[in-house]
Design a protein around this ligand. Structure first.
Ligand code: NAP
Length: 332
């Protein structure tokens, strides 16, 4: 049975999603919504979408849509996801799933209360390379993981109107880019029990550079960095008792893994056709068709704990979004 998708937003990631969705069997892009009727029409014409809505509320009321992909800027992820969940739609919400854990918990509660599917569009988790990574670690190829090092950062010209530099649009290095290294530490090491973070706030009021060290029960350590004004390697390395795995740049969508263990070195080429965004679409459809309300590969409780970690890092570096009330610190 085909899944009928709607997209909320018509920007960069919405475009990539629409293109990659066309590679998925049993997926139909039936509707798009924008704040502007003209932008909805233009997007729909480019991607062959039949129903175009000049208001997000009209997409929520569209009875021919099963699941909505929320592709708006990060400061709207909570309100847009709630709009669609309250209208009875399943939701795939772009990363960062929410700006803070309070928002994330409200989204998760709304989905669970209504028995609807909800997922963080943390597309890394569903890529062939990440599936292999978890298999390799599970098979003990590097022994017990001890350390995860990962960074993700670029030097982007300062532009107060760009979403990455605008606190009102959910800008900043940590929440937009640092979420990728953090989902990797979470995948391999779990939830930290101690965090030490430093960061630099730039002229537009967002964090431009951040570094955090995470300690986990059992003594394992994550070291993560993110930046919007510093070019970084954008790679990752997972070190265990018997070897290590390197994720080639870009670590959030790595096409290859290098495994070094007791049996020597192995390079794994795990590239794919297309953008790679479609692997999360396949997972959403698999879950919905088998009656799962969340994905075991990106569970909602883990999404919330990753955002709690980001809250704590932001609390330590002194960065809050406008009118934001962060949870009190729970880590030292
Ligand atoms: N998974 C990935 O690899 C990836 C890559 C890039 C970005 N992202 C994430 O995707 C989200 C969107 O990023 P993007 O690069 O697509 O941004 P973008 O090109 O600026 O698009 C954002 C869209 O949000 C909608 N929007 C609603 N209210 C808005 C407002 N007040 N100001 C500006 N736009 C508004 C706009 O659509 P309408 O004008 O049509 O309403 C706009 O096209 C972000 O959360 C970002 O972190 C993910």
């Amino acid at each position: 049975m085909s899944t009928r998708w709607g997209i909320a937003g018509t920007g960069g990631i919405a475009t990539r999603f629409a293109v990659d969705l066309s590679l998925v069997d049993d997926a139909e892009l039936v509707a798009v919504a924008s704040r502007s009727g003209e932008r909805a029409d233009s997007f729909a014409d480019r991607h062959g979408v039949v129903r175009r809505h000049g208001d997000y509320a009209d997409l929520a009321a569209d009875p021919g849509v099963d699941v909505v992909y929320v592709a708006t800027h990060s400061a709207r992820h909570e309100s847009d996801s709630l709009l669609f969940l309250e209208a009875g739609k399943h939701v795939l919400c772009e990363k960062p799933f929410a700006l803070n854990a309070r928002q994330a918990r409200r989204m998760v509660a709304a989905a669970r209360d209504r028995g609807l599917f909800l997922m963080d569009a943390m597309w890394s988790r569903f890529l062939p390379s990440y599936r292999s990574l978890t298999d390799l670690i599970g098979e003990g190829r590097i022994g017990d993981p001890l350390l995860v090092e990962a960074d993700f950062g670029f030097r982007i010209p300062v532009d107060p109107a760009h979403r990455l530099f605008d606190p009102n649009l959910g800008g900043g290095a940590l929440v937009d880019l640092g979420v990728y290294p953090l989902q990797l530490t979470s995948l391999v090491l779990g939830t930290p029990d101690r965090i030490a973070a430093v960061g630099s706030i730039g002229s537009t009021g967002v964090d431009e550079q951040v570094a955090a060290v995470l300690h986990h029960p059992g003594g394992t350590i994550g070291a993560v960095k993110a930046a919007i004004r510093v070019p970084m390697i954008c790679g990752a390395r997972i070190v265990g008792t018997d070897g290590w795995i390197e994720l080639a740049p870009f670590m959030h969508c790595t096409p290859s893994l290098r495994v070094t263990g007791t049996a020597g070195r192995q390079d794994l080429d795990l590239n794919w056709d297309g953008d790679g965004i479609r692997f999360q679409v396949l997972e959403v459809q698999r879950c919905i068709h088998t009656g799962l309300l969340e994905s075991p590969l990106m569970p909602l409780d883990e999404t919330v704990t990753i955002i709690e970690t980001m809250d704590e890092i932001r609390r330590q570096i002194g960065f809050a979004y406008p009118d934001e009330l962060l949870d009190p610190g729970t880590h030292s």
